[in-house]
Design a protein around this ligand. Structure first.
Ligand code: HEM
Length: 146
């Protein structure tokens, strides 16, 4: 799979497309929760660990909040809006120092998880559409110049 990372100029927000509905159908809600949990677990032992919660309970809650969001953006129930309110992702990320390098690390940690899903039978078309969303929307979260 060609999981390319797009490099963008600081402050530029390219248009984002949501993942196609087949992604949620194929991966299922449980599969998305599992993928997010694994992503957070790899964040915990990465160079961006310091910007995430250190407390075990908070860290587990962060997985839930994040999975709620991703299920919602993939066309599932509005768990995030119900539990956390309006997404306002840029604002929610504002307290954290996210530079281009942090974004790249965050994205890199998704790659083995998407490869794993491919091996378990999820179509490349669905995976590429999810990757497209991550790749582009993560540019929007960069709030600090390298
Ligand atoms: C596609 C791009 C991204 C999406 C959709 C996303 C989504 C989310 C969501 C839903 C939350 C929970 C917010 C809340 O409940 O208040 C969150 C929190 C957070 N995100 Fe992101 N994020 C993205 C990119 C990034 C990147 C690139 C970084 C840093 C490298 C990052 C770092 C954080 C941190 C530090 C938190 C707070 C701790 C936590 O609740 O997990 N995010 N993100």
């Amino acid at each position: 799979m060609n999981l390319e990372i797009t490099h963008a100029q600081f402050g530029v927000r390219p248009p984002v497309s949501k993942p196609i509905p087949e992604f949620l159908i194929e991966v299922t809600e449980g599969g998305i929760r599992e993928m997010i949990s694994k992503h957070y677990d790899s964040i915990r032992v990465s160079e961006i660990a310091h910007i995430f919660p250190k407390d075990e309970k908070e860290f587990e809650q962060a997985k839930v909040n994040s999975a709620d969001f991703f299920i919602q953006i993939c066309g599932g129930p509005a768990y995030f809006n119900k539990n956390r309110g309006a997404p306002q992702m840029i604002g929610r990320h504002a307290p954290f120092r996210i530079d281009a390098k942090a974004r790249e690390t965050w994205l890199e940690l998704y790659k083995p998880l998407l490869e794993e899903l491919k091996e378990s039978g999820v179509t490349e078309r669905s995976l590429m559409s999810f990757w497209g969303y991550l790749n582009i929307f993560s540019i929007w979260m960069v709030n600090t110049q390298s």
